[in-house]
Design a protein around this ligand. Structure first.
Ligand code: C5P
Length: 301
């Protein structure tokens, strides 16, 4: 029997490390990054309809072709010969937007999985990752999940051993950040040598010796912190509260800390909650899975 609906869960991510190693001719930057999936999920639900439509419980998000969920569905149809098909897709948004947590990219990966299954298309993960990379540099990661290294634009994925289940505290300032603005500011600095910024300098600017991973550095912090010092203060407060690693995620605006155990994280949460009254704090943990189609009865967290 054909089910009347199908559901996909789409996880958030943080970057455990992010190195910018070059400028590319296509306007993007060459990266070397380590992604980590989080137990924080958006949900997509698909059901029958004559035309392709998207609705979303967050009214601030577009529901036209500029939303990566619809773009993914349309790309799939095009790749499979262009026969028009219908479906009503509902997006339940829980991953904060403009935060560097990858929500839009993860939704796109979830849409590729969900729509291809719904329409009976047989695509491998590699084929979906190839399509996903056309939608956004972070999309392929969400098809692999767990802990993974991303090179090229961040879209060439290599699985890594899962770092294990660890509590993570995410801090969200009362504003979002545009990824393309951060990268274009970085490009301006890099392409004007008199600014004194260079790739080796970027990549060496901060190695934390005292963390569990020995990889905690994000080359975008220098650009982002310069105009938003509150983010650096929050990151430093996470370190002082005992985080094993504390970093800006992607281009921000989320700043996260990884903790040894839940007790230590709750202490940090209480401390930072009172010191950073305008910030929202979100408790989560590392996740070893990826974007996935689930049983509709399985209630997403
Ligand atoms: O691929 P995506 O649309 O998610 O990227 C958003 C923006 O971030 C791009 O338009 C680009 O300006 C910048 N970017 C970059 N280099 C990367 C990834 C993203 O310059 N490797």
């Amino acid at each position: 029997m054909t089910p009347s609906t199908m559901v996909a869960r789409c996880p958030a991510k943080v970057n455990l490390a992010l190195r910018v190693v070059g400028c590319r001719d296509d306007g993007y930057h060459e990266l070397d990054t380590v992604f980590q999936a989080l137990d924080l999920w958006d949900t997509l639900e698909i059901s029958d309809a004559n035309s392709l439509t998207l609705t979303c419980d967050d009214p601030s998000l577009p529901v036209d072709g500029s939303n990566l969920v619809l773009a993914a569905a349309e790309l799939l149809l095009k790749a499979e010969g262009g026969r028009p098909r219908g479906a009503a897709i509902r997006l339940r948004k829980r991953i904060p937007v403009r935060a560097g947590l990858g929500g839009g990219s993860s939704d796109a990966a979830g849409a590729l999985l969900l729509c291809s299954r719904w329409w009976g298309m047989e695509l491998s993960i590699e084929e979906m990752a190839e399509l996903g990379a056309r939608l956004g540099a972070d999309v392929p990661f969400f098809l692999y999940g767990g802990t993974a290294r991303g090179r090229g634009r961040g879209d060439m994925i290599e699985r890594m051993p899962f770092i294990g289940e660890r509590p993570i505290l995410i801090g969200l300032p009362p504003f979002g950040i545009s990824t393309s603005e951060v990268f274009s500011e970085l490009r301006v600095r890099l392409t004007h040598p008199e600014n004194g910024v260079s790739f080796p300098l970027l990549s060496a600017h901060k190695w934390q010796e005292e963390n569990d991973f020995h990889i905690a550095a994000n080359d975008l912090e220098a650009i982002v912190f310069e105009s938003r010092p509150e983010l650096e203060e929050f990151r430093d407060a996470l370190w002082r509260a005992g985080a094993s690693s504390a970093l800006l995620s992607g281009s921000g605006s989320a700043v996260y800390g990884i903790f040894r155990d839940a007790g230590q994280m709750r202490e940090a949460e209480a401390e930072l909650g009172s010191a950073f009254g305008r910030w929202a704090l979100l408790r989560t943990r590392t996740e070893k899975g990826a974007a996935q189609v689930v049983d509709p009865g399985q209630q997403p967290r």
